[in-house]
Design a protein around this ligand. Structure first.
Ligand code: PMP
Length: 393
């Protein structure tokens, strides 16, 4: 007997044809996906170990080694967004009672501290006011005092627009028996990063920013020191999905026979392969230059409007996300964002804690890091300012 009456009928909203409206993304990420990458994602799905999927995973690993500038064998993409990269890094490195130090000068250090607490780690936050970078000397002093097993730092503090220098931290950590985890979610592909040269132990990123791919994968890489720490764990990694020991078998790391752990999205891997191919063809040096030039163009344009940038020293500005101080007298800054969306189909970023109500954020990155997009962002932003009653200089 066919059951006729459904408890929940098919919703009319879903029966309607898909309506897709294109929005220009000038927020802190995601940014718009490169059209070539969109085409790759329209291709047919592969089975988990189909020969083309095996080749695809290998090519993605090779492309990621170029992007991270590493020879690390354990380099792959976690099957979820940037936060899953953070969870994978910290849940695998930390055992209960291990010590984590989190450099906190914006929102991401606080989030990493919470992930560390959930692993049962003893967490110390080294804190600075938002947007103030850490010097290697003070980090060294804090490592000697607190003796953490793991140090977390965001190269890209996207809540404030700060580019935190990280090149000296690896050797300082290693002199103090500590492992270095670097978050490059909003900087990889846009700012110089050399995993091996800078002695970074774990780095992770996300695909939806300077990499110009869709959201949904978190590239990650582990040094041999990080692998030794994981191999010497006395307790199981608390997450099943993000357990590196299981992920590395599915990726065939060290030439082992691949085994099923969970289903990776072949669609997203096709996209990422295409994005990595575009990056390899352009060359990282050129990508870094392009991002730096367009963000400078944006910053100059913002200052010409009479507004102040949150990060005062240009040497510490992220080449992706720029935070702009909301001038005194602007009562509802969010109405600028709402107007630009409604009138121009343009997204600008709102602030994250601790800067809510203090900054707007504009992201120019990946496929959108061009002179044309930067000029468009500036002219739409200026129109938004006029709309909220602020007269630009
Ligand atoms: N770290 C940083 C520095 C970020 O900018 C973001 C995303 N804005 C994340 C982590 C989290 O990534 P996702 O939103 O892709 O999970």
């Amino acid at each position: 007997r066919v059951l006729k009456r459904m408890d929940v009928p098919p919703p009319s909203s879903i029966l309607n044809p898909l309506h897709h409206e294109e929005i220009t993304l000038f927020g802190p990420g995601p940014t718009n996906t490169a059209p070539r990458v969109c085409h790759a994602s329209s291709l047919q799905t592969f089975g988990i170990f189909n020969p083309p999927m095996v080749d695809l995973m290998k090519e993605v690993q090779e492309g990621l080694r170029y992007l991270f500038q590493t020879k690390n064998e354990l380099t792959y993409a976690v099957n979820a967004s940037g936060m899953a990269g953070m969870e994978t890094a910290l849940t695998n490195l930390l055992e209960p009672k291990d010590r984590l130090m989190s450099l906190t000068n914006g929102c991401w250090g606080g989030i990493a501290a919470e992930v560390g607490e959930r692993c049962g780690a003893i967490v110390t936050k080294l804190e600075h006011p938002p947007g103030v970078p850490f010097s290697s000397d003070e980090v060294e002093k804090a490592l000697k005092e607190h003796k953490p097993h793991v140090l977390y730092v965001a190269q890209s503090e996207s809540s404030t627009g700060l580019l935190q220098p990280v090149e000296k931290l690896g050797s300082i950590c290693h002199q103090n028996n500590c492992l270095l985890v670097v978050d490059t979610v909003a900087s990889l592909g846009a700012a110089p990063f050399f995993m091996d040269r800078w002695e970074v132990d774990v780095v992770y990123s996300a695909t939806q920013k300077a990499i110009s791919c869709q959201t949904g994968l978190a590239p990650i890489s582990f040094s041999s020191r990080a692998r030794e720490k994981i191999a010497s764990r006395k307790t199981k990694v608390q997450s099943y999905v993000f357990d590196v020991n299981k992920n590395m078998v599915q990726w065939g790391v060290d030439g082992v026979a691949k085994k099923y752990h969970h289903t990776y999205s072949s669609t997203l891997l096709l996209s990422l392969r295409e994005a990595l191919s575009m990056i390899a063809a352009e060359g990282l040096e050129q990508m870094w230059k392009r991002h730096s030039e367009n963000t400078k163009r944006l910053c100059n344009g913002i200052e010409e409007l009479g507004l102040e940038l949150f990060i005062k020293d240009p040497a510490y500005r992220l080449p992706t996300v720029t935070a702009i101080c909301i001038p005194e007298g602007v009562e509802s800054p969010g109405s600028l964002n709402a107007y630009c969306m409604e009138k121009h189909k343009v997204e600008f970023g709102a602030a994250l804690p601790p800067l809510v109500g203090k900054v707007w954020r504009i992201g120019i990155m990946g496929y959108n890091s061009t002179e044309w997009h930067t000029n468009k962002a500036l002219s739409v932003f200026k129109d938004g300012l006029l709309h909220i009653g602020y007269t630009p200089k």
